[in-house]
Design a protein around this ligand. Structure first.
Ligand code: FAD
Length: 378
C-alpha cells in the first residue's frame, strides 16, 4: 500500500494552501467561524469553483475526485476556513438526484456561486432521532401547499436564503410513507424564526414556525409522499461528508504548543492523555483517507466507514477539549473569557453538541452494530 500523494494531488494541496495564505491576512491560523469571514471565504471559494468542488462543472463545481475533496477539506478544517455549506453537502446532491430540470437550473448554480445559503428543516420537538415521526403538515391547495407546524435546532435559519424542508403530506399513511420534501425561501410570509442561544452564548440554531405558509407545488422535490426515501439519501450525504478530520489535529497541536510555552510543567497524567489523543488523531486521519480511497473506486460514499468516522471524530473532539480543560486547569474554567484560553473553553462547551448534531452517537452505534456487524435489532 502506497500512502504517498500523487504529484497532481500534492500540487493541488499547494494551490489550496497558497489560496488560504492569501485569504488570511495573518498567514493562517486565526480564522474563526464568524459570519462576516464566512461570507468572504464563501465568495472567494466560489470564484474558483471550490465551494462546490465535487459538483459537475455545468452546475458550478470542478468535478473534483473524492481524494481532492478530502485534501481540500483537510486544509480548510486545519486552517479554520469556514467552507462548509449544507447547500453543497446535501441539498444540491439531493436535487441532482430527485429535482426536476427546472429545479436544478434554478437552484444549483446559485448554491455553487455562494449567492444562496440554505438551512435544513428536519428536526421537530417530537422528532429527532426518530425523524419519520415529524408532524409539520403540508396540505395541497390548488397549485400550492400550505405549511403549518414547527421545526427546531435549525442551524443558520436566521442567515439563510432558502430552506430544505421535510413535511407530512399524508397523515393517514404509515409514518415513513406520508412525507414530502420542499424548497422554500426563508422570507416567505408566515415563517417566523426564533433564536436559540447555546451554552457557549452563540446563536447558531433556531426554532422555526410555519403559520399558513404557501409554497408552490413546483417547489416540491421528488414524488409526493415519497420524500422519506430521498431524505434517507440526503442523510447519507450528510453523514458521509468526508475530510474535516484535521480540526481535531489542529486543536491538539495548538494545545501542545500552548502548554509547552507555559512555565508550569504538564503533569504525567495529562502527558499520557495528550499522547492518547495524538494516536487517535492519526487513526481518524487514516479513516478519512480510507473513505476517500474507497470512494475513488466506487464513486459512492461508503456509508458505514463514514458513520464510523463521524462517531470517532465527534467523540475525539470531546476527548481533546476535555483534556484541554484538565491540562489548562482552573484558570480556563474560572475565567472562561480569558483571551489566552478562550478558544479551548469555548471548544469544550461547543463539543458537547458534536455527539448530537447530524445523528447522535447512540444512533451511529446502532447503525454500525446492525448494518455493519449484522447484529439483530433490539
Ligand atoms: C448543534 C446542532 C445543530 C443542529 N442542526 C440541525 C439542523 O440544522 N436541522 C435539523 O433539522 N436538525 C438539527 N439538529 C438536530 C439534531 O439532528 C437532533 O438533535 C438529533 O438528531 C437528535 O434528536 P433529538 O435532539 O430530538 O434527540 P432524541 O432523538 O430525542 O434523543 C434523545 C436521546 O435518546 C437517544 N436515543 C434516541 N433514539 C434512540 C435509539 N433508537 N437507540 C438508542 N438511543 C436513542 C439519543 O441518542 C439521545 O441521547 C441540530 C442539533 C445540534 C445539537
Amino acid at each position: 500500500m502506497d500512502f504517498r500523494l500523487s504529484p497532481e494531488h500534492a500540487a493541488f494541496q499547494r494551490e489550496v494552501n497558497q489560496f488560504v495564505d492569501e485569504l488570511l491576512p495573518t498567514g493562517g491560523g486565526d480564522a474563526r467561524d464568524e459570519p462576516e469571514f464566512a461570507a468572504v471565504a464563501r465568495r472567494e471559494l466560489a470564484k474558483r469553483g471550490w465551494l462546490a468542488l465535487p459538483w459537475p462543472e455545468e452546475y458550478g463545481g470542478k468535478g473534483a475526485s473524492p481524494m481532492q475533496q478530502m485534501l481540500f477539506n483537510e486544509i480548510m478544517s486545519y486552517r479554520r476556513v469556514p467552507s462548509f455549506s449544507m447547500g453543497v453537502a446535501w441539498v444540491g446532491p439531493s436535487l441532482m438526484l430527485y429535482g426536476t430540470d427546472e429545479q436544478k437550473a434554478r437552484f444549483l448554480p446559485r448554491i455553487a456561486s455562494g449567492e444562496d445559503v440554505w438551512c435544513t428543516l428536519y428536526s421537530e420537538p417530537g422528532a429527532g432521532s426518530d425523524l419519520a415521526a415529524l408532524q409539520t403538515r403540508a396540505v395541497r391547495e390548488g397549485d400550492d401547499y400550505v405549511i403549518n407546524g414547527q421545526k427546531i435546532w435549525t442551524s443558520g435559519a436566521h442567515r439563510s436564503d432558502w430552506g430544505w424542508l421535510a413535511a407530512r403530506t399524508d397523515p393517514d399513511a404509515p409514518k415513513h410513507r406520508g412525507i414530502s420534501l420542499f424548497c422554500l425561501p426563508m422570507d416567505t410570509p408566515g415563517i417566523s424564526i426564533r433564536p436559540l442561544v447555546n451554552m457557549t452564548g452563540d446563536h447558531e440554531f433556531n426554532e422555526v414556525f410555519f403559520d399558513n405558509v404557501r409554497v408552490p407545488a413546483a417547489q416540491r422535490v421528488g414524488e409526493e409522499h415519497r420524500g422519506w426515501y430521498a431524505l434517507a439519501v440526503a442523510l447519507d450525504f450528510e453523514r458521509s461528508s468526508i475530510g474535516a478530520t484535521s480540526a481535531a489535529r489542529r486543536m491538539l497541536e495548538d494545545l501542545v504548543t500552548y502548554l509547552k510555552a507555559q512555565p508550569a510543567p504538564v503533569s504525567d497524567a495529562n502527558r499520557m492523555r495528550l499522547a492518547d489523543c495524538a494516536v487517535a488523531v492519526q487513526v481518524l486521519r487514516f479513516m478519512g483517507y480510507r473513505i476517500a480511497a474507497e470512494q475513488e473506486k466506487t464513486r459512492i460514499a461508503p456509508t458505514l466507514p463514514a458513520q464510523m468516522a463521524k462517531l470517532f471524530a465527534s467523540e475525539l473532539n470531546q476527548r481533546i477539549t476535555t483534556v484541554s480543560m484538565q491540562a489548562l486547569g482552573l484558570d480556563a474554567q474560572a475565567h472562561p473569557a480569558a483571551a489566552a484560553t478562550e478558544r479551548w473553553t469555548h471548544g469544550f462547551l461547543r463539543a458537547v453538541a458534536n455527539t448530537i448534531e447530524g445523528g447522535t452517537s447512540e444512533i451511529q452505534r446502532n447503525v454500525i452494530a446492525t448494518r455493519g456487524l449484522g447484529m439483530p435489532r433490539g
